[in-house]
Design a binder for this molecule. Structure first.
Ligand code: NAD
Length: 267
């Protein structure tokens, strides 16, 4: 099947590791030109060399996407080679910490909302005029299954991701029929999000008195995830690429679960 992605200019945020990195690679394999933004310049340069080795046009920009200035300067640098033009925007950046509601200060809430939600608002605001000028433009927002089925922890993260779904649905209506806007809602996916120092896995390990990976799998067994395993970044990337492609030309305003079956509700 033809994806129609060959030669498209794709911007991915938070692209140096995890799902963003896998997404950049999956678009590259379809012949797209990829523009990548991340705060971690070393990891970003690594992805750039990896993708250049397979013949992909790759532009990178280091930026802190939790700030308004970081979003605009990151986009300006990443899209410079294409005179600012872009066909597909993948809002992927995001982070979370295991903290209870009582632990969270206003400052913590502000940080989470700025990175996980306002960065998506700001990229859309900055790029919509250009996306409107392109044929078959697409926006994909990376949310989470926790947006639709929140747990007590991390509540700030779940709230920020619920806001991402509202943004997705609202923009899908506002920008139709010119731009398709969809969200993916991954379940647990084994990436640095979990494995980094002080990340979810380490915190769960301490809580359950187990090795980090063992603790995460124990936690998942308690949640009775139908597919009984963590997902891979590539499994999310595949759905992002599909939703961005011509194969999904009648899909807009959708929230696509990539979650091993974690969501129990009908909608
Ligand atoms: P990750 O931590 O592996 O990668 C996130 C990337 O974002 C990293 O490259 C990091 O350097 C970059 N980043 C972090 N802060 C930044 C900032 N201020 N400015 C610019 N870049 C920054 O995470 P992941 O697991 O690949 O998650 C990607 C997206 O998927 C996030 O939005 C996350 O909420 C969502 N998600 C992940 C999971 C999961 O289980 N991994 C589940 C559901 C949703």
């Amino acid at each position: 099947m033809e994806t129609g992605l060959d030669g498209k200019i794709v911007l991915v945020t938070g692209a140096a590791q995890g799902i963003g990195r896998a997404t950049a690679t999956a678009f590259a394999k379809e012949g797209a030109r990829v523009c990548l933004i991340d705060i971690d310049v070393h990891a970003l340069e690594e992805v750039q060399s990896e993708l250049r080795a397979i013949g992909t046009n790759v532009c990178i920009a280091q930026a802190d996407l939790s700030t308004a200035e970081g979003v605009t300067s990151g986009i300006d640098t990443a899209l410079k080679s294409y005179n600012g033009q872009v066909d597909i925007l993948v809002n992927n950046v995001g982070s979370g910490k295991v903290r209870t509601f009582d632990d969270l200060s206003d400052q913590d809430w502000d940080f989470t909302m700025n990175l996980n939600f306002m960065s998506y608002v700001r990229t859309c605001r900055y790029l919509l005029p250009r996306l409107r000028a392109r044929e078959n433009a697409v926006i994909i927002n990376n949310a989470s299954d926790l947006a639709r089925q929140p747990e007590p922890v991390p509540i700030d993260y779940s709230a920020s991701k619920a806001a991402v779904l509202a943004l997705t649905k609202g923009l899908a209506r506002a920008e139709a029929p010119k731009i398709r806007v969809n969200a993916v809602a991954p379940g647990p996916v084994w990436t640095p999000f979990w494995t980094k120092e002080g990340g979810f896995a380490e915190t769960m390990g301490k809580f359950h008195g187990m090795e980090p990976r063992e603790a995460v799998e124990h936690e998942l067994s308690l949640r009775q995830l139908p597919l009984k395993r963590l997902g891979t970044p590539e499994e999310v990337a595949n759905v992002i690429v599909f939703l961005s492609s011509d194969l999904a030309s009648f899909v807009t305003s959708a929230v696509w679960g990539v979650d091993g079956g974690s969501i129990r509700s009908l909608i």
